[in-house]
Design a protein around this ligand. Structure first.
Ligand SMILES: [Zn+2]
Length: 246
């Protein structure tokens, strides 16, 4: 069995940060943020990219592998009558990381343990992985928006009381940003648009094809998976710059 930890530190919604099962002290986190900011200012990357734009930076949430689950599947894996138990609130109101975690097994019998369930209960069963995770267990998931599971990769989910095989459940989540309607207007974008964003620092990177998602009440946040965050050498609590529409 592989009990992997990603390289980034995880904190947020969709699995970000909280899905990590390791400990990461807040002092360490603070030091890293300060170091990042020093590097950013030394390399000049804190300068605005698009002269004249005064849009706020978008807080980053790094998405570790995680799953969304139906009540029926939860009961198959954890026993009849099981409810999701809250482990921690996530950044977006109403969303939470659950105490329960599953093991996932690919067709080559390679497994990843401790994949965190994120609540509340959904009306579909979905695993969101990084490409690195997918390679580890030997599957080929497509890059998709959450909930779009046609053609998703197969996996077996295992819990303490049972297991379920899903022919289509695993995806690599699209990069996406969460905006409220007001903030989307401020950025001049709409739901379904794709934007570019830039992350500064020693491994500064521009990410393309970031899907704009809009819902009233959402807090502004961009979600990248651990592969993307590791590529840019960043962790949660980094500010990401809007770099224009695609
Ligand atoms: Zn998200």
């Amino acid at each position: 069995m592989v009990n992997q930890k990603g390289l980034a530190s995880y904190c947020q919604d969709c699995g970000r940060c909280v899905a990590d099962t390791g400990n990461h002290s807040s002092d360490d986190r603070l030091i890293e943020i300060i170091v990042d900011e020093v590097v950013r200012s030394l390399t000049g990357s804190s300068k605005p990219l698009q002269p004249g734009h005064d849009l706020p930076v978008i807080p980053l949430g790094v998405s570790n592998r995680h799953c969304h689950i139906t009540q029926a599947t939860l009961e198959k894996l954890f026993g009849v009558g099981t409810q999701l138990k809250k482990y921690r609130d996530l950044y977006q109101p109403g969303e939470f990381a659950a105490e329960q975690m599953v093991t996932i097994i690919g067709s080559k019998m390679r497994a990843i343990q401790n994949v965190r369930i994120l609540g509340p209960i959904r009306n579909y069963d979905q695993i969101e992985l990084s490409l690195t995770d997918a390679i580890t267990i030997g599957i080929h998931p497509p890059v998709r928006n959450s909930g779009d599971l046609k053609g998703a990769a197969p996996l077996t989910w295992v819990g303490p009381k049972g297991s379920v095989y899903f022919e289509e459940c695993a995806i690599i989540a699209n990069r996406h940003v969460h905006f409220s309607t007001e903030v989307a207007q401020q950025f001049g974008v709409e739901a379904g648009d794709f934007i570019k964003v830039r992350i500064g620092g020693i491994k500064g990177t521009v990410f393309e094809n970031v899907l704009v998602r809009v819902k009233d009440g959402w807090k502004m946040q961009i979600h990248l998976d651990t592969d993307d965050a590791n590529a840019a050498n960043v962790r949660c609590e980094t500010g990401v710059e809007f770099y224009g529409k695609m």
